[in-house]
Design a binder for this molecule. Structure first.
Ligand SMILES: O=C(O)c1cc(C(=O)O)c2c(n1)C(=O)C(=O)c1cc(C(=O)O)[nH]c1-2
Length: 247
């Protein structure tokens, strides 16, 4: 670290401030969802689209692992894949997401086939996978740090959905309950790794830019959802249509 490098505490505060200003808990679609203002079709559209993000997370983590030469870093990272994919004896996040899909009346096979996903969702999520595959490891790890802010939104979501929607039960929302313990474990590791490895002001800038990029990946998905299903309500060709893919 040079004399000009801001100390770790300043760098960490900078990363956290990105979340305060840019995390998708501030998006109007989330305010509607958690406040009980979404119609069941708007909730279904969210479940269909968010599936694409869920399904790509373990693929981006596998892309990340394929580039890591340090066995200790691989060991710390690989549980992320199991958290989503499950194991022979335990279902993972993907199975739990499909339970939520069923609870809102969607055919899980329709959702799991990735049908009805909005083009902008696909572009945003694919950009994240490519980013992690191609950028220096410091930026790849830093881009996962939106998870610093995720437990707060997951807790808000559990409370809000349970309060406002009939489909919400502790079982159907199990996906989010599991994330409350999975995400803090991942992000504690990711944050200390980024702080240790961003040793110059330029590296701190690059890590901060990676986190900003990721907030944009998340925000863009909700903008697309809002545009298609709230206002003005232009569903693009191929986008999920109310009535489609139901049980
Ligand atoms: O519901 C949410 O708002 C939310 C946000 C994020 C995030 O901040 O990227 C993740 C998740 N959920 C999530 O469930 C999850 O498994 C996850 C993995 C990652 C990642 O970047 O590796 N982010 C997120």
């Amino acid at each position: 670290m040079t004399d000009l490098t801001p100390p770790p505490s300043t760098f960490e505060a900078r990363l956290r401030q990105i979340g305060v200003e840019r995390y998708h808990d501030r998006h109007p679609f989330h305010k509607m969802l958690h406040g009980g203002q979404c119609s069941i079709d708007q909730v279904r559209a969210w479940v269909v689209n968010r599936w694409y993000y869920q399904s790509r997370i373990p693929m981006k983590d596998a892309a990340f692992l394929s580039r890591v030469e340090d066995p200790a870093l691989r060991r710390s990272w690989r549980s992320r894949i199991e958290d989503h994919d499950g194991t022979d004896s335990q279902p993972g996040g993907i199975a739990r997401w499909l339970k939520l899909a069923e609870a809102v009346g969607l055919d899980p096979d329709y959702v799991a086939a990735g049908r009805g996903v909005l083009p902008a969702t696909r572009f945003a999520v694919d950009a994240y996978v490519h980013y992690v595959r191609e950028r220096p490891l410091l930026q790849a790890v830093a881009s996962s740090l939106t998870e610093l802010f995720a437990p707060k939104i997951h807790a808000e979501r559990i409370t809000g959905l349970l309060e406002h929607y009939n489909f919400a039960t502790p079982e159907t929302l199990a996906y989010f309950r599991h994330r409350l313990t999975e995400a803090p474990k991942d992000v504690a590791f990711g944050l200390s790794w980024v702080i240790d490895h961003a040793r110059t002001a330029e590296e701190q800038d690059a890590a901060s830019a990676a986190l900003t990029f990721k907030t944009e990946v998340l925000w863009a998905q909700l903008d697309a959802l809002y545009h298609a299903y709230v206002a003005p309500g232009h569903i693009p060709p191929g986008g999920w249509q109310p009535g489609e893919g139901l049980l």
